[in-house]
Design a protein around this ligand. Sequence first.
Ligand SMILES: Nc1ncnc2c1ncn2[C@@H]1O[C@H](COP(=O)(O)OP(=O)(O)OP(=O)(O)O)[C@@H](O)[C@H]1O
Ligand SMILES: [Mg+2]
Length: 175
Amino acid sequence: MNRLVANLMDLSRLRAGALTPTVEPLPLEDIISSVTRRLAPALAGRQVRVLVREDVPAVPVDVVQMDQVLTNLIENAVRYTPKGTPIGIAAARWHGMVEIRVSDRGPGIPAEARGKVFQEFYREDVEGRRSGTGLGLAIANAIVTAHGGSMGVEDTPGGGATIWLHLPLDGRAAT
Ligand SMILES: Nc1ncnc2c1ncn2[C@@H]1O[C@H](COP(=O)(O)OP(=O)(O)OP(=O)(O)O)[C@@H](O)[C@H]1O
Ligand SMILES: [Mg+2]
């Protein structure tokens, strides 16, 4: 209940512009490794492939908020895919932005759900796994939007869900 209320408060603050990111340029590797280390118990028995391309510069992000985004995406990848299946986290430059992709090899997100998964309270039980409150992706999207970026869903080639996000490199975020 505490977590639910805290999440709802964060979401409305972000949308009201009252939780603006405090950005500083940070190496993505550092944020990714701190999240994967914290989630190590949940990630046990899985291959986690992290690939941050060498030409990816430090990205202006709010470290607490970006940690939350990656945590929500990786928790979903764990929750909605079979035990032992791999998870990929990749970052590359993309048209003057940085693109981060979190990919899994689970059932994927059907095309008709892709417009809805970023809405608050949208949730579905996937392959018998009880879903959560339907706030994780809405919060992630609100944070990325507050950074001046965007998010979307694709198929992982060969099957599974890939969530991508684009972050501007010019510190365009609300400051
Ligand atoms: N990697 C994924 N593979 C398959 N389905 C997914 C994946 N990520 C999200 N979904 C679907 O999108 C829905 C919304 O995800 P979201 O993270 O917003 O909420 P949740 O996981 O249900 O709850 P919460 O994150 O608040 O605990 C999920 O209920 C699930 O149906
Ligand atoms: Mg979730």
